[in-house]
Structure formats: structure tokens, C-alpha cells
Ligand binder design. Structure first.
Ligand SMILES: [Zn+2]
Length: 407
């Protein structure tokens, strides 16, 4: 299972099934203009993302920039990179690879079905609120004085057929899927939310689109004996927030969205603060923490490769526009300040800021979080085979890239 470093053996049972879902959108008579995929898993490696993109391009002629894949970031789903407890055991690694390959095929099939089954539809956008996402940086010892920004908006994109019957409901929230931490497979609270929404709206597919919740947790959580009940409760709160949002649409709150549908992909170059030398890497390789030792091993291998240790990381993002709606999809684990900054810049009513798109496996702190320090600021990076944390300008570079895409 992926998400928690403390786990030391494989999953034991299935609490709820995992889903991959695909939505294809285009202008009338157009090619697939945009395909959105959601997958119940913690993340997606560069290799798996590449396989999905290549297959979709070969089979359906879908260009890479038109495919946006979100992982729900459930910490109760499968992993992408072998856990430390596997100790490089080839049998365990083979199991992960077998599942991953099977998952890729299911995702590509879903994309094909979505493209093939397009029919005339109308789209509407509205937003609600839900309150269980709490800034988790305040929960750490000595950090209660930290400012605790959150993004509690619940953006809802409703897609209905020609008769006005709902076909798909996409909803977003900026909060980790970490209300469960055991050995049972599930989509965590977003999975329960989707299940409830689909139960209430027959023949409708519910898609969870994660927001900038890198520093946000569902709280309270992990109360012994109450974990699953709490997780389902958060799912129900979210389903209720979506239903409340939809029920106010009659009063004209929902904005109908028309074309044109545009999508752009961009990349920012994010520089690491420090490239470790041989002596620093040797210290890592002797570290007491097995994750740090693995980082040391990976960095050592990179330093001996012809390319050497990378000086920077390429960071992709997508900007989509449909009618009034500006939908920004950022990669990786993005702290909440990004969503607040982008909505302040482009308008709170019609800007949707999502994250966890594409396979970037680390945190992206705002300048404020970077300066405060701690896990999301970059401490997490050294134990996950990055040379160091990013430079202080990481937020500036990401926001500039988005700014260049928006026009
Ligand atoms: Zn995370």
C-alpha cells in the first residue's frame, strides 16, 4: 500500500473497491477536446503515466496535453514505488508491477469507452463549502501558532444529457485522503463520497478531483476503533455538500458553461537548493533511517550516471477553459496557498484550482511554508531521493508558468 512509511507488510483485506474513471469532453462534432481521468491511488509514477499517455495516443489519437490524470491520493490504495520494508525483494516488486500494468490497461480502456460514448450534454458549474479539512501543520508539536489557511470550497461541475438528467458530477476538495491508515484497501473518504453521490443519483458517475490539500488533513482522524466510521462520515459530509450545492442550482446559482473548450499544458523549471557532494551522500548511505539510506543509494547512482544528479525538476500544469470556468490543474502535492493566490487573482466564483495531476512525487511549498520550514517545506524531499528541497522561488516559478498559460 502507498502513502504511509510506517507500514511494514502488504494489505490484508478490501474495505471498498478502487476505481479509475474517465470523462471525455469535446465541442459539438469535435474530436475529444479533453479527457479527465481519476484514479484511486496515492500517486502515479512517471513510467506508469507515460504508459497511459502512449497507449491513449496510439489507440485513440489523444494528444498528451489533452489528457489530465488526477490521483485521489488515497493512502489506502496501491503503491507506485516499492516500500522500504520490501527490501528490494524481487517477488514483492513483481506483484506491484503486475498490478500496475493491469491498472494501466483498465485506465486506457476507460478512456476509450468515454471517448466512444460521448453524446450531447450541458455543463454547469457551482460551488459549495465543507468544513472538515484542517491545516495539519498546526497539529505538530510547537506549531499551534502557525497560520492555518484552508480552502474549503467544494467546486461542482455537473454534466447532464439532452433531457437534463445528470450523467456525471465532478467535485473537488483540498484535503488529504488520510482518514484511514490500516491495512484495508479503500478510496478513503473521497471513495465513500463518490459511492454516496452515485447511490443518490442513478446512472451518474461521480469524480473526485483533489485540490491543493498538501498541508490539509481531515480532522479529527485515526481515533482508535472509530477510524472507518469517521472516514465514512467525511464521505457523507462531502456528498451532502455536493447535494446542497446542486439543490440550490434552481435558484440560478449554477453557471451554465458553453464553449469554446480550450486546454493548455505548460512546464515550470524548479531548481533544487543544493546538490549534495560525495561526502554528504556517503552520510546518507550510513543513515539510521532506511528511507534516508535508500535516498543515499539513489543519489549515489544518479551521481555516477552520465547525466549526474539533476539540478532541477520539470513541473507540468494544465489550464482549461470552458465558458466562464477557468480550471487550473497543478501537479503533485501543492500547499493550500497556491489555490488561494490563484483564486484571488482570477476570481473566486469561476476559478477551480486542482492538484495531484500527473506523477510529480513530492510537495510544493508556498514561499510562506518554505520559510516556516518543516515536512511540506522540503524535509520530506531528502528521504524521497530528491537532492535537496527546492529554492525559495518555487512558488513564484509555478505561478508565473500558470500566468503565462491563462491568456
Ligand atoms: Zn500527501
Amino acid at each position: 500500500m502507498g502513502g504511509f512509511a510506517f507500514r511494514n507488510h502488504p494489505s490484508e483485506s478490501v474495505l471498498a473497491p478502487l476505481w479509475a474513471k474517465a470523462l471525455a469532453l469535446s465541442e459539438a462534432d469535435g474530436d475529444a477536446g479533453l479527457v479527465v481521468v481519476t484514479i484511486d491511488r496515492v500517486g502515479l509514477s512517471t513510467e506508469l503515466m507515460g504508459s497511459i499517455e502512449t497507449e491513449c495516443e496510439d489507440r485513440f489519437g489523444l494528444a498528451r496535453e489533452k489528457l489530465v490524470i488526477f490521483c485521489s491520493h488515497t493512502h489506502s490504495g496501491p503503491m507506485d514505488w516499492p516500500s522500504v520494508w520490501m527490501k528490494d525483494d524481487p517477488e514483492e516488486i513483481a506483484k506491484v508491477e503486475k498490478y500496475s500494468q493491469w491498472m494501466v490497461e483498465r485506465v486506457v480502456d476507460a478512456v476509450g469507452e468515454a471517448i466512444a460514448h460521448r453524446k450531447p450534454a450541458s455543463l454547469g458549474f457551482s460551488q459549495g463549502l465543507a468544513g472538515f479539512g484542517v491545516n495539519r501543520r498546526r497539529a505538530r508539536p510547537g506549531c499551534r501558532h502557525f497560520p492555518g489557511p484552508v480552502d474549503q470550497d467544494v467546486p461542482v461541475l455537473r454534466i447532464a444529457d439532452a433531457e437534463g438528467k445528470n450523467m456525471a458530477i465532478l467535485f473537488g476538495y483540498a484535503c488529504h485522503a488520510t482518514s484511514l491508515a490500516g491495512y484495508e484497501i479503500s478510496g478513503d473518504w473521497p471513495g465513500f463520497a463518490c459511492e454516496m453521490i452515485e447511490g443518490r443519483h442513478a446512472e451518474t458517475t461521480a469524480f473526485f478531483i483533489p485540490g491543493c490539500g498538501a498541508d490539509i488533513n481531515p480532522l479529527p482522524r485515526l481515533l482508535p476503533g472509530r477510524e472507518v466510521a469517521l472516514s465514512k462520515m467525511y464521505g457523507e459530509i462531502m456528498a451532502n455538500a455536493v447535494d446542497l450545492t446542486l439543490s440550490t442550482n434552481d435558484s440560478g446559482k449554477e453557471r451554465p458553461l458553453s464553449g469554446p473548450l480550450t486546454i493548455r499544458r505548460g512546464e515550470a523549471e524548479l531548481f533544487y537548493e543544493n546538490i549534495p557532494g560525495e561526502a554528504e551522500i556517503a552520510v546518507l548511505q550510513q543513515h539510521f533511517d532506511p528511507m534516508m539510506r535508500r535516498s543515499g543509494r539513489d543519489l549515489h547512482a544518479m551521481s555516477k550516471s552520465p547525466e549526474g544528479i539533476p539540478l532541477s525538476l520539470k513541473y507540468p500544469a494544465w489550464v482549461m477553459r470552458m465558458g466562464d470556468l477557468l480550471w487550473i490543474a497543478l501537479s503533485g502535492e501543492v500547499t493550500v496557498d497556491y489555490a488561494l493566490a490563484l483564486k484571488a487573482r482570477y476570481g473566486w466564483e469561476t476559478t477551480w484550482v486542482s492538484a495531484y495531476a500527473s506523477p510529480v512525487k513530492t510537495y510544493f511549498p508556498s514561499r510562506r511554508v518554505w520559510q516556516e520550514g518543516g515536512y511540506e517545506a522540503g524535509d520530506c524531499m531528502v528521504s524521497s531521493s530528491h537532492p535537496s528541497r527546492f529554492r525559495e522561488d518555487v512558488e513564484t516559478r509555478i505561478l508565473e508558468m500558470v500566468e503565462n498559460l491563462v491568456p
